[in-house]
Design a protein around this ligand. Structure first.
Ligand SMILES: Cc1cc2nc3c(=O)[nH]c(=O)nc-3n(C[C@H](O)[C@H](O)[C@H](O)COP(=O)(O)OP(=O)(O)OC[C@H]3O[C@@H](n4cnc5c(N)ncnc54)[C@H](O)[C@@H]3O)c2cc1C
Length: 546
């Protein structure tokens, strides 16, 4: 017997089996600009895989069935292991197979830019498994300060094989690493760390310590090792702490519990305690913060890239829906006010991609030794807090507006099938971890004390000069102020203003005239609600590009 009471119509279809790379003109243009020799076949293969219905299903399952802590075995012995859904391992395998972790450090110029694009594309499928992947990428610059450990571990950190087994490092086909800084009494101000490290002798990995204390956040506790901060007799220091010691015994790291989080469900984030755990010094005693920030600076790049990827994903879902759904006699994408909202989101998404990739290029050129003028080093230092601050801050607002484009369906999750809700829950995280907004803005103020910073910014903004009156007005104001701003209370405003100017300059160089003009016409006076683009800015051209 038929139970149909009505026909279902005017509902959009799932956005599946699409190539995330070939549909992303903004990303391709930014890549051509920064790294003309990039391997487009590699990115197209990744784009097809991560846009497939199969991988989308793995992303859903990995989030719907979050990791479980197995603190003890059934006989009461501690095991401190985390069990993941099989889909988590499929996603991790894909991320490492595509070289999103340590591979760029031993490749030539352009490798970090290409990896940045790959990271962005992967995020569109599943962002939370990228936490350990990102940390495994970021650890190399810091780990180089202990070459004995670096030479033993780097091949595993750059291996394209994912090995989920809990085994000593030299018996594994691939390795991952995490970091432990945050304690209960302080995360931004890590000088408050109370975890202690007592000197315990020298061996093949250098100065060894016994570490006792805790970490309030330690993501991806199934990583093979962590860089942590602890107080030695010489002050706060950076230490390498493996889960399994070189002699095969399990290190004294106890996982207390897993965090119950707003989003990021596929990733395990834990609270841990160390009880005389063995760890080795990386860098100098007392220089731990600077040492571990060599890792933190790279994870900040990934926060910016990750948010740009989430924005692109949310935009695609909004466009896909609006092209199918009709209201008041027209498809939503044809309604003037919806066009304005979608075009505005498209501009924001492209500006985020552009700024994040610009930072990746600065990292790339510095690491490839192609920075004779020192400009890229100055920009790397400036862009890290600017991009992390502004792109991540815009993320939640962006997700809310993209969700609204889907109406009520955007808010409904239906066991993970409504992806917009997952994006929305993920968005705030990139803004909080690896240095929250205020910390980024304060870091920018410190960076601007360098006399080279003002000149680097002026040079960087030159390509858009005299291209739009609103840009010129804001540029002149901000450049005049840059050297003089020392008040902390103004740091966020400065970070926003510089981000917008840098984004405009990049859009001028590798986006369309319509996108650049609309960005300049809307961003320098208001950057609050989306959909405020002035009449006559070429909405159709912007939407066509998106
Ligand atoms: C899911 C998740 C996973 C995480 N994983 C890890 C991990 O693997 N390893 C790790 O070490 N940490 C991890 N963290 C911790 C994260 O990095 C910290 O939460 C973050 O750095 C902020 O520290 P806090 O929580 O102690 O907040 P606080 O330091 O107390 O900061 C609270 C607020 O105060 C602001 N603030 C701080 N100082 C100032 C100031 N001087 N002026 C103005 N404002 C200020 C901050 O910007 C922030 O908004 C994780 C966090 C989350 C949510």
């Amino acid at each position: 017997m038929s139970r149909a009471t009505h026909t279902v119509f005017n509902q959009s279809t799932p956005l599946a089996d699409v190539n995330l790379f070939s549909g992303n003109r903004a990303l391709a243009d930014a890549l051509h600009f920064h790294d003309a020799g990039f391997n487009s076949a590699r990115l197209a293969a990744l784009g097809a895989e991560m846009g497939s219905a199969v991988m989308q299903q793995h992303a859903r399952l990995a989030n719907a069935f979050p990791p479980q802590l197995k603190s003890h075995d059934r006989f009461g012995r501690r095991i401190d292991q985390v069990e993941f859904h099989p889909s988590y391992h499929v996603l991790m395998s894909a991320a490492l197979r595509h070289g999103l972790h340590g591979t760029p450090w031993s490749a030539g110029a352009g490798a970090h830019v290409e990896r940045a694009a790959a990271f962005l594309l992967f995020t569109e499928c599943e962002p939370s498994v990228l936490c350990p992947v990102s940390m495994s990428y970021a650890v190399t610059p810091a780990l180089r300060a202990n070459m004995a450990i670096h030479s033993d571990w780097f091949p595993g950190l750059a291996s394209r094989s994912y090995d989920e087994r809990f085994l000593p490092f030299d018996r594994k086909n691939g390795l991952t690493m995490g970091m432990g800084m945050t304690e209960k009494q302080g995360g931004s101000d890590v000088r408050a760390n109370t975890t202690r490290a007592e000197f315990d002798g020298d061996d093949a990995w250098g100065r060894r310590y016994r570490v006792t204390g805790h970490k309030w956040f330690l993501s991806a506790p199934m990583c093979d090792a962590f860089l942590i901060l602890a107080q030695t007799s010489g002050g706060l220091s950076c230490l390498f702490l493996p889960r399994i010691l070189p002699d095969g015994t399990v290190n004294a790291l106890a996982i207390q519990r897993l965090k119950h989080k707003l989003g990021n469900h596929a990733n395990a984030s834990s609270e841990v305690e160390f009880e005389a755990a063995s760890a080795w010094l990386v860098g100098d005693e007392g220089r731990g913060v600077a040492q571990i920030l060599a890792m933190g600076a790279i994870t900040r790049l990934d926060c910016a890239l990750g948010t740009a990827g989430l924005m692109r994903h949310a935009l695609s879902l909004a466009l896909h829906h609006a092209r199918q759904r009709e209201a008041f006699g027209k498809r939503l994408v044809e309604q003037p006010l919806m066009k304005n909202v979608l075009a505005d989101l498209a501009i924001e998404s492209e500006a985020a991609t552009a700024l994040a990739l610009r930072l990746a290029r600065a990292v790339d050129r510095c690491e490839a030794g192609q920075d004779a003028s020192g400009h890229e080093a100055a920009m790397r230092r400036l862009l890290t807090p600017i991009a992390k601050f502004w792109i991540c801050k815009r993320g939640s607002h962006f997700a809310q507006e993209a969700m609204e484009c889907l109406g009520g369906n955007g808010y409904v999750e239906e066991q993970g099938e409504g992806v917009m809700a997952r994006i929305y829950r993920e968005m705030p995280l990139n803004s909080i971890w690896e240095g929250a907004g205020n910390i980024m803005a304060l870091d920018l103020l410190r960076t601007l004390r360098d006399p080279a910073a003002g000149a680097a910014l002026e040079h960087e903004l030159e390509p858009a000069r005299q291209a739009h009156p609103a840009f010129d007005r804001r540029r002149d104001l901000v450049l005049r102020a840059v050297g003089g701003i020392t008040e902390e209370v103004e740091a966020r405003r400065l970070a926003r203003d510089l981000a917008l100017l840098l984004q405009a300059t990049l859009l001028r160089q590798h986006s369309s005239d319509a996108v650049f003009a609309a960005f300049c016409a809307s961003r320098f006076d208001t950057a609050d609600v989306f959909g405020l683009l002035p009449a006559g800015v070429g909405l159709d051209a912007i939407l066509e590009r998106a």
